[in-house]
Ligand binder design. Structure first.
Ligand code: PGA
Length: 247
């Protein structure tokens, strides 16, 4: 795994956006795998700037998002559909029909998951997948478990994730208990993976991902098996990582 060590969140956002902008410039019809949450917010702000000031066009880009809360309609303020629309899509020239996000209201979420994985294959696979990392080491909503799960499917959220995400809701009780999450097969099928980590709260998960064994109890550790992963992390997120690993 290539590690790009930067000072702070702002620098993570600038670096990550420069990788994604380069991907779009090199292949205007690329497939981008996108993430939600606090971490990619700044990256999307920076991509909006690229669009406005550097004429970066997303007209031919197609996107697939990692996950969606189960039970929330796309119009709900805390849905990831809403997040993507309000924090990226409405400010760039991407065509709405080229953006894909799991349907939080799918009546058969596991059948939906199979179709989502097939859609990704039919698009030609993900060229660049953007990821955050949970404080418990999750990627997308693949939570710590006894085994890695390949398929996109309905998942139960772990108590850490519910607590971490309560900040976006009125209270922890309001956080949905389930989500549809992209599985490891589609994530690891991406040609390039960019994983971002900011802040002390991620430091233990980052250390485990880089220094531990490949272990489903720390889902991000599976990225050790991928040939083309770049971690962009700030000093706080790398504060627990052994110095020699960073050289
Ligand atoms: P965050 O979430 O960016 O809101 O910290 C990351 C994740 O859970 O993947």
């Amino acid at each position: 795994m290539k590690i790009v060590k930067v000072q702070d969140y702002e620098e993570i956002s600038k670096k990550a956006a420069s990788y994604i902008a380069a991907q779009v410039q090199l292949k205007p019809s690329c497939i981008l795998g996108l993430a939600t949450g606090s971490t990619p917010y700044g990256t999307y702000q920076e991509l909006i700037r690229y669009h406005r000031e550097e004429d970066l066009s997303f007209q031919k880009v197609r996107t697939v998002n990692l996950d969606e809360y189960y039970g929330l309609p796309a119009t709900h303020e805390q849905s990831y559909s809403h997040f993507m629309r309000e924090n990226l899509f409405r400010y760039i020239d991407i065509l709405p029909e080229n953006t894909h996000i799991p349907d939080g209201l799918a009546t058969d979420p596991n059948a939906f998951g199979r179709e989502y994985d097939e859609l990704i294959v039919s698009l030609g696979g993900i060229d660049m997948q953007l990821l955050g990392i949970g404080s418990n080491g999750h990627i997308a909503f693949n939570e710590p478990d006894n085994c890695f799960v390949a398929q996109t499917r309905l998942v139960d959220l772990n108590h850490n994730t519910i607590e971490d995400n309560a900040r976006f809701f009125e209270s922890a009780e309001e956080v949905p208990r389930q989500a549809i999450s992209m599985g490891m097969k589609s994530i690891l099928g991406a040609k390039r993976i960019l994983i971002l980590a900011s802040g002390k709260g991620k430091a233990d998960a980052v250390k485990g991902m880089l220094e531990g064994s490949v272990d489903p109890m720390l889902p991000a550790s599976i990225l050790q098996l991928h040939q083309n992963v770049t971690l962009i992390a700030d000093l706080a997120a790398l504060s627990q990582t052994t110095e020699s690993v960073l050289r």
